[in-house]
Design a protein around this ligand. Sequence first.
Ligand SMILES: [Fe+2]
Ligand SMILES: [Fe+2]
Length: 182
Amino acid sequence: MADYTTTETAPEVNPAALSLSELADHIERIHHAYLHAELPRLDQMVTKVARVHGDKEPRLHQVKDIFLALSAELATHLMKEEQILFPMIRQLETSDTVPSFHCGTIANPVRQMEFEHDEAGVVLAQLRQLTDEFTPPEWACNTYRALLDALLTFEQDMHQHIHKENNVLFPRGMALEQQKAG
Ligand SMILES: [Fe+2]
Ligand SMILES: [Fe+2]
């Protein structure tokens, strides 16, 4: 696991310059490690802030509900990538022919992951809207402010993470599979 804390930003990489295995490693080391560390902390913060300030700002209850649901979905999503799709991509890259995967072509898990990314994107947009673009009200305490900062970082990290998967790793993986099949 990377020593990646919320105060750092993800290092700049040119995803197109990496091999597919290197890119899968990079995504796990940076973005998955960030989520594994940050989701439990965000779950706690969002729950606490909704409990303490939900009377004054009722939208915090919605923020809590949709965040906790997304967080649970993401835990499963990460596991599917780490245990199924990324190993398939690494194996594809190192074999001369297309390995036989029991879920068929990698296009199947890719389609499912992209569907889940779209769903996460909808929730991220809702979180942005419900928090007035992550802007704290004047009266917000430090914990409330820290939550909105952390949610903004989460949104940005998720966008980078999804971009690297949807626009680089997955299309290159599917193209390689086609090429090796031909
Ligand atoms: Fe991922
Ligand atoms: Fe993903």
